[in-house]
Design a protein. Structure first.
Length: 111
């Protein structure tokens, strides 16, 4: 379920795609917590609302990078449908953070 997580050209079955989703979701949470903690200590963010906004920004950046890497490694950058699908994933990350934003990249891993 969790094999080949960093091999973005690997074609996953649905169980492996769920593992991909879970692993990258947990990774993003860990990275966001560590970075936001550092920013709080440095005094750059203050309060729950700013921390929540920072988490959303991190999710958008993270989901965008993963989507681009997947499209590039799977040679799908010429496929307009998958580009639109990736953009929808990025929009979902704006709405629901990584919880929604990683659904589309996890689906793309099955192609």
């Amino acid at each position: 379920m969790f094999k080949n997580l960093t091999d973005f050209s690997y074609k996953r079955n649905w169980k492996e795609a769920v593992g991909f989703y879970l692993a990258f979701f947990v990774l993003l949470i860990i990275i966001s917590v560590l970075l936001s903690g550092m920013l709080v200590v440095m005094g750059l963010i203050d309060g729950f609302e700013e921390g929540s906004r920072f988490g959303t920004i991190m999710a958008v950046i993270f989901c965008s990078i993963i989507s681009i890497l997947l499209l590039k490694k799977k040679k799908l950058l010429n496929n307009f449908g998958y580009i639109i699908l990736s953009l929808i994933g990025i929009l979902l990350s704006l709405i629901g953070g990584a919880l929604l934003g990683l659904i589309i990249p996890a689906f793309i891993t099955t192609k």
